[in-house]
Design a protein around this ligand. Structure first.
Ligand SMILES: NC(=O)c1ccc[n+]([C@@H]2O[C@H](COP(=O)([O-])OP(=O)(O)OC[C@H]3O[C@@H](n4cnc5c(N)ncnc54)[C@H](O)[C@@H]3O)[C@@H](O)[C@H]2O)c1
Length: 271
């Protein structure tokens, strides 16, 4: 059911790689809720081709941009406004990549070139997007920016290696930039800390399948799906949440507030 929550709003949605991507679901929901938007992803992701189907389905234009490249981000925000016919109301940052995770390198033996690459792609890219948008004055007052994160920024998950530190930085950038952009332009910036979700980025993590089941057994409501996450992002882009900014918002079925569940106790034979 749609509520027209984003009627008349213009957005930029990054990170839709295939139909499992959280950003893909956000784009579908934003379209249903009346928004117009451009889709963006790294040029290499374009070559996989699937994003074209999403663009067609949602009547969107695709503007390729490597989120680490300030020039390409400048083109994204400039050309995005031209295509959409005005300033931007919402931005989704849905970008994550760790070469250390891809190569199964343990946390205590991280490759620092890969680590720096991960920081640039997954955390600094948010700062770069925001700095470009602010410089161009591309976001309307009361606009909303959401970046996706994971609870490893607060607690240790050994398999999440350098992405834990990178997500902590991402959340800090959202807070810090949220202050400055809030004071000058009333732009809101939040991070959504999502449950484990079966996407390309998610399943690239060693042991993800077992952990997905563990988190599902801990969370009183179970794991939040990509579609649930998209619905939550839509509320944050809407005017109904206009005083929410600089927050890390857990969207995880109650997982982050639960110490242990009866299900887990039973599984390890204690109940
Ligand atoms: N899947 C999970 O379990 C989970 C849980 C919590 C948070 N998240 C976060 O959600 C976000 C989206 O991930 P997803 O799970 O939908 O996986 P995904 O693999 O579908 O999306 C990741 C996206 O990042 C893009 N990307 C990588 N490098 C880029 C670059 N240089 N420039 C621009 N785009 C680039 C990829 O092309 C891809 O579209 C990430 O920030 C991820 O860390 C995922």
């Amino acid at each position: 059911m749609a509520y027209n929550l984003l009627k008349g709003k213009r957005g930029i949605i990054s990170g839709a790689l295939d139909e499992n991507s959280i950003a893909w679901k956000v784009a579908e929901k934003a379209h249903e809720e009346g928004a117009t938007f451009v889709l963006t992803n790294a040029p290499i992701a374009m070559r996989m081709g699937q994003i074209n189907a999403l663009a067609e389905k949602t009547g969107s234009t695709i503007i390729p941009a490597d989120a680490t490249n300030v020039e390409e981000l400048t083109h994204l925000f400039t050309h995005g406004q031209e295509i959409l016919g005005g300033k931007i109301d919402f931005v989704l940052h849905s970008i994550g990549m760790s070469v250390n995770i891809r190569k199964n390198i343990p946390y205590t033996e991280l490759n620092y070139d890969y680590f720096l690459k991960g920081i640039d792609v997954s955390a600094l890219s948010l700062h770069k997007m925001l700095a470009v948008a602010k410089k161009l004055d591309a976001i309307n007052e009361w606009g909303s920016v959401v970046a996706l994160t994971y609870a490893a920024a607060q607690r240790t998950y050994p398999f999440y290696t350098d992405m834990a530190d990178i997500k902590a930085m991402l959340e800090s950038i959202a807070r810090s930039f949220g202050y400055h952009y809030g004071v000058t332009k009333k732009v809101r910036i939040n991070t959504v800390s999502q449950s484990p979700t079966k996407t390309t980025a998610g399943t690239g993590i060693k042991g993800f399948g077992d952990f997905f089941d563990y988190a599902n057994a801990i969370a009183p409501l179970g794991n939040a799906t990509a579609e649930d996450c998209a619905n939550y992002c839509i509320t944050l882009f809407s005017d109904l949440t206009r005083m929410v900014t600089m927050q890390n918002l857990f969207h995880d079925g109650g997982y982050s507030s639960t110490g242990v569940s009866n299900t887990i106790m039973q599984q390890i034979g204690l109940e």
